[in-house]
Design a protein around this ligand. Structure first.
Ligand code: PMP
Length: 385
């Protein structure tokens, strides 16, 4: 069958491609996929089980259950002083992934440019391209913890630029932005009339300071599409629930596309997400405590063995440099997997700027992490070029 040029042009995810190698190998410690090792807190699972017992097996309204949109508006008001109207400014999506796709498809006209600071989450480039945009990559620098600086942003802005995709805390680096840094980005976004698609899926997993949504800044709410979801903080990747908040005209456009493509998110997952917001906070805090302990351990060990690594502000990834090993990220990850059975993601998967880095997920037990780091150290001792 003839495949469209567009579909042909997008590369397969660098993460998945690599993890196909892992399938079928025995005794591999996988620090690869970006997924909590915890199962969903039991109270949340139970609420979905009850919902099935009560016969909740139907579609919901396209926007999602009102009760869930209401809980989200409460959460955003209490946690971040953000006001979103559950009737018109919040849409429940099938994961944050769908929110990203809908946001892009709702704002892009052919050949609009979308700014993507890299290293970045693997889907931003391909999804922008599929929506008809021209993705413009901004390569960030290690000396700025791979963050978008005002200078880099200013120099990437031109009249065809429609939007910026921002993600903090970041996948793959874990870096986040302080209020001061965000306010500089906001000034430029306002000056150049940019829409900001802000993927804050790891916002609740911020360790060093309090996360600040970019929509909080003056003049930003009307130009921000705020994306979030339940996959990470609540360990609910398999439930496929996310949400998008923004001005009513964009949420209405996103709802139209969602209506024809997805109809609605699964009802039992929406009910579970309500329970997560009502009673799940203590579980999030206890998982966060574990991630923090693991982060500190992994960063110390990597730096000790000479893989330079900054202390991430959030998420559950570290992004150490492998420059002084002589390997590029793909051969490093392949050899590490082959010889020591530890799976990490080559930094190249997150953009060219990541080619001398690897991403390690510490969403794995401390026991696994300890053993994996012993193996990585052994690998370095044996195979420095
Ligand atoms: N954004 C980022 C930055 C992510 O890391 C991920 C998942 N790895 C997603 C979005 C997609 O999340 P979801 O499961 O909510 O679709």
């Amino acid at each position: 069958m003839k495949i469209s040029k567009r579909a042909e042009k997008i590369p397969p995810s660098g993460i998945r491609k690599f993890f196909d190698l892992v399938i079928g190998m025995k005794d591999v410690i996988s620090l690869g996929v970006g997924e909590p090792d915890f199962t969903t807190p039991w109270g949340i699972c139970e609420s979905a089980i009850y919902s099935l017992e009560k016969g909740y097996t139907s579609y919901t309204s396209n926007k999602g259950l009102y009760q869930l949109r209401y809980q989200i508006s409460r959460y955003l008001r209490h946690k971040y002083s953000l006001e979103y109207d559950p009737e018109e400014e919040i849409l429940i999506t099938v994961g944050t992934s769908e929110g990203l796709d809908l946001a892009l498809r709702s704002i892009i006209d052919p050949n609009d440019k979308i700014l993507i600071p890299q290293p970045s989450y693997v889907s931003y480039g391909p999804v922008s391209f599929l929506a008809g945009a021209r993705p413009i990559i901004i390569e960030t620098k290690q000396e700025n913890n791979f963050k978008l600086t005002p200078k880099l942003l200013r120099s990437a802005c031109s009249k065809d630029v429609k939007a910026l995709i921002l993600n903090y805390p970041s996948n793959p680096t874990g870096a986040s932005y302080s209020k001061r840094e965000l306010s500089e980005i906001c000034k430029i976004a306002i000056k150049h009339n940019l829409i900001v698609i802000s993927d804050e899926i790891y916002g609740d997993l911020t360790y060093n300071f309090i996360h600040t949504p970019i929509a909080q800044f003056k003049g930003m709410k009307s130009r921000t599409i705020y994306l979030n979801g339940f996959s990470k903080a609540f360990a609910m990747t398999g439930w496929r629930i996310g949400f998008a908040c923004g001005p009513k005209e964009v949420i209405s456009a996103m709802t139209k596309i969602h209506q024809y493509t997805m109809l609605c998110a699964p009802i039992m997952s929406q009910i579970a997400a309500c329970e997560a917001l009502k009673n799940g906070e203590s579980s999030v805090l206890s998982m966060k405590k574990q991630y923090r302990i693991r982060r500190d351990f992994v960063v110390d060990r990597l730096n000790e063995m000479g893989l330079e690594c900054i202390l991430p502000d959030g998420a559950f990834y570290v992004f150490p440099s492998i420059k002084n090993t002589g390997y590029d990220s793909i051969s490093f990850a392949e050899r590490l997997l082959k010889t020591q059975k530890v799976a990490v993601v080559p930094g190249l998967a997150f953009g060219k700027v990541g080619r001398e880095y690897i991403r390690i997920s510490y969403a794995s037990s401390l026991e696994n992490l300890k053993e994996a780091l012993v193996r990585i150290e052994r690998f370095l001792k044996k195979s420095i070029l």
